[in-house]
Design a protein around this ligand. Structure first.
Ligand code: FMN
Length: 300
C-alpha cells in the first residue's frame, strides 16, 4: 500500500503553489507514495491584483480570523486517510490568511488532519512568527501533530520588502522598477525548495519525524530575526485595538480603515526605525531572551 501524502495550500500569485510543488516533487517521483494536491478555494475569492481599498479593508476580518465560505474539497480528497500533510499557508496582517482560516475552521480540516503528522510551510514577506503561534492553536484543536515547519521569506531588509510587496500586490508584477529587487521570496530559494522535500522523505520512510526540524533549520528552512518578533508583538496589540474599533463601528468603517492605513504606514516608516535603533542598542542586555525566542520559532 502506498503512503498517502496530502499537499494543501492557498496561493494568489502562485508563489506558494510553486514552493509546495517543489517540496513535494520528490514524493511524486516515487511509487511508494501517492500525492494528493488540494488547493483551498473560496466561493468568493479575493481578486488579484488587489485594489488598495480592498487590500486595507480586508484587515479587520483577517486579523479577527473571520472565515468565508469554502468550495468543498472533492470527495476523493476527503475519502483518503493521509500519512503526512504538507500544509502551505501565507500571512495576511500578522495572521494566517482568510482562506487558510476558513479551511481550518471548516469541517474538512479535522477530517483531513486529525491524528496526522503535519508540516507547515509558509511563504510570506517576513512576519510569520506570531501567525505560526496562532496556527498552532488551530492544529492543536484539530488534533493534528505538528512535526515540522518551513518558513520562506523575502530576505531583503524590512523596508525594501514593504515597498516591493505592496507594489506586487497592487500591480500583479513581481519584477520592480530599478533599483528595486523583484518582490517576494527569491526565485533561487523557491527553485531550491526541493531540498526540504529530500529531508522530509527520509523521515517519512523511517516513520518518525524525530530530529527532522533540526535538519530543516540547518539547511535554511527557518530564519528568525528577533527584531521582527518585537514588531509583530507591538503590531498585534495595536491591530487588536483597530480591528475591534472597525468591527464595532460599521457605519464609520471607511473612515477607520483609512486611519488604520495611515497608522500602518506611520508605524512602518517612522516608529519602527526608532524602535530598531533602541532594540539594537539593548542587544547585550536581552541576549538570552532573544536566543530563547529564536529557539522557540526555529522549533515546532
Ligand atoms: C492582504 C495581505 C496582507 C499581508 N500581510 C502580511 C503580513 O502581515 N506579513 C507578511 O510577512 N506577509 C504578508 N503578506 C504577504 C503574504 O504572506 C504572501 O507572501 C503573498 O501574499 C504571496 O503569497 P501567495 O501568492 O502565495 O498567496 C500579505 C499579503 C496580503 C495579500
Amino acid at each position: 500500500m502506498p503512503k498517502n501524502i496530502l499537499v494543501t495550500y492557498y496561493s494568489q500569485t502562485g508563489q506558494l503553489e510553486e514552493i509546495m510543488r517543489n517540496i513535494s516533487r520528490v514524493f511524486t517521483n516515487r511509487e511508494e507514495y501517492e500525492v494528493t494536491y488540494y488547493e483551498i478555494k473560496l466561493k468568493e475569492d479575493f481578486a488579484f491584483p488587489w485594489s488598495p481599498d480592498v487590500f486595507y479593508d480586508t484587515f479587520p476580518e483577517s486579523y479577527l480570523q473571520v472565515p468565508k465560505e469554502l468550495v468543498p474539497p472533492a470527495q476523493e480528497i476527503l475519502n483518503k486517510k493521509y500519512d503526512l500533510v504538507l500544509f502551505g499557508y501565507q500571512v495576511w496582517f500578522l495572521t494566517p490568511s482568510i482562506p487558510i482560516i476558513s479551511f481550518l475552521k471548516s469541517e474538512f480540516a479535522e477530517k483531513l488532519m486529525a491524528n496526522t503528522p503535519v508540516i507547515t510551510v509558509s511563504g510570506t514577506r517576513n512576519m510569520w512568527m506570531l501567525s505560526q503561534d496562532k496556527l498552532k492553536v488551530h492544529l492543536k484543536r484539530l488534533n493534528a501533530k505538528l512535526v515540522g515547519n518551513i518558513a520562506l521569506v523575502d530576505r531583503h531588509d524590512n523596508y525594501t520588502s514593504v515597498i516591493t510587496i505592496l507594489n506586487w500586490m497592487q500591480t500583479g508584477k513581481k519584477e520592480q522598477p530599478k533599483p528595486l529587487p523583484p518582490a517576494g521570496i527569491a526565485q533561487k530559494e523557491i527553485d531550491e525548495a526541493g531540498k526540504y522535500g529530500n529531508i522530509i522523505i527520509k523521515y517519512a520512510e523511517r516513520g518518525t519525524y524525530e530530529g527532522m526540524q533540526k535538519e530543516l533549520v540547518q539547511s535554511g528552512a527557518v530564519e528568525v530575526r528577533p527584531f521582527l518578533i518585537k514588531v509583530e508583538t507591538v503590531g498585534n496589540k495595536l491591530f487588536t485595538v483597530f480591528s475591534g474599533i472597525i468591527a464595532n463601528s460599521p457605519e464609520k468603517r471607511k473612515f477607520w480603515v483609512g486611519v488604520y492605513k495611515f497608522y500602518l504606514m506611520f508605524a512602518i516608516w517612522v516608529v519602527s526605525p526608532i524602535v530598531l535603533f533602541f532594540y539594537t542598542l539593548l542587544t547585550p542586555f536581552f541576549y538570552r531572551k532573544r536566543q530563547r525566542q529564536i529557539e522557540h520559532y526555529q522549533g515546532i
